[in-house]
Write a protein that binds this ligand. Sequence first.
Ligand code: DAH
Length: 345
Amino acid sequence: MQDRRREWLAAIATVADETALAQVESRLLGKKGELQELLRSVSQLDKSERPAAGKALNELKQDVEAALAARRATVSAQSMERELAATGFDPSQPGPRRRIGSLHPITIVQQELVDLFTSMGFSWQDGPEVETEHYNFDALNIPGDHPARESQDTFWLDDGNLLRTHTSPVQVRTLRRFAKDFQPPLKVIVPGRCFRAETVDKSHEHTFYQMEGLVVDRKVSVANLIHTMKTCLRVVLGRQDLKVRLRPGFFPFVEPGFELDVNCPFCGGKGCSVCKQSGWIEILPCGMVHPNVLRQGGIDPEQYTGFAFGMGLQRVVMLRYGIDDIRLFMGGDLRFLRQFPTVSK
Ligand code: DAH
C-alpha cells in the first residue's frame, strides 16, 4: 500500500496542466479507477483484516484528494501567470483612473449669476424654448412688419410656432402671471437657451444662452438699473473698480433703450486689442420697460415702471475666461471642456 501511495502522490505532483490533472484524478478516484479496485479487493480479505484495510484505504483516499486539490491550485495559478505574461498585463499596476466630468463654463457663470440675483431678491423664471410668435415678437412691441424682426431670423416650426430668439418673451409671460394679484416689486431673472438662424463663425452661434432680467415696481428708474448692473458685473468679472456707461440703443420693448459698456477689464481702459483700443467693452442691452409691454402684461404703466436687461451669457463667459471663439462652447472638444472645474465653488 505504501508503494501505491508514493506512486500516486508522485503522479499527482508531476502533472503539468489541468487536463492532465483531470486524467490522473479519474484514473485514481474514478468509478472504474484504481482506488475502487483496491476497495473491492478488501472484501476478499479475511474478516479480521478488513477493518484495518478499509481504514487505511480511506486515509489514502483523503490524502489523494488533498494532493489533487493542492496541485490544482498550483497548476491554475501557473496557467494564469503564463496567460498574463503572454498579454503583458501587470496586475500590480493601479487601474485606470475614473474620469470625472467638469462643469460647462456657461453653467458655471449661470449658476453664479443665479446665486447673485437670488441673493438680491430676484426669483428664477422659466419659459418655453418653443415659443409663439405672439410672445416672441408681437407682445414685445415687434409687429409683423417691424424691421427689428430681421435681426432675429429664427427657425419656424410647421405649426407657426418658433424657436425663441431671446429670453425676452418670458417678460410678458411673467407679468401676465403676476398681474392677477400683483405685489410689487416684481424681480425676476430668466436664464435660458435661445436660437437664431445665424451663419456660425467666431462670434455667432445658432444656439446660445441669455439671461433676461426684469424689475417692475413703483418709481423704478435708470439709477436702479445702473446700480443692479454694476453689482452684477463686478461679481461676475471679479473687479471692484469696474465702471459702466450707457449709450442709446434701440429695442422696441424698451424706452429708453441702452447699450451698457464696461471699462475694459483687460487693459483697465487704456486701450487694447480686446476693446479695439476704445477702453470700453459692450456688454449688454437694457432699458426701461416700454409702456406697451407693461400693458401687454396687464400692468398699468401710469402706476408702475420697470427696467429690463438681456445678458448674452457666452459673451460674459468669453470675457471672464479670455475665450475668443464662440464655437468652442458647442464644439464638444474635451480638451477645452476639461479646463473647467468639476464642481462649482
Ligand atoms: N432680447 C434682446 C435680444 O436678444 C436683448 C434685450 C435688449 C433684452 C434690451 C432686454 C432689453 O431685456 O431691455 O436682442
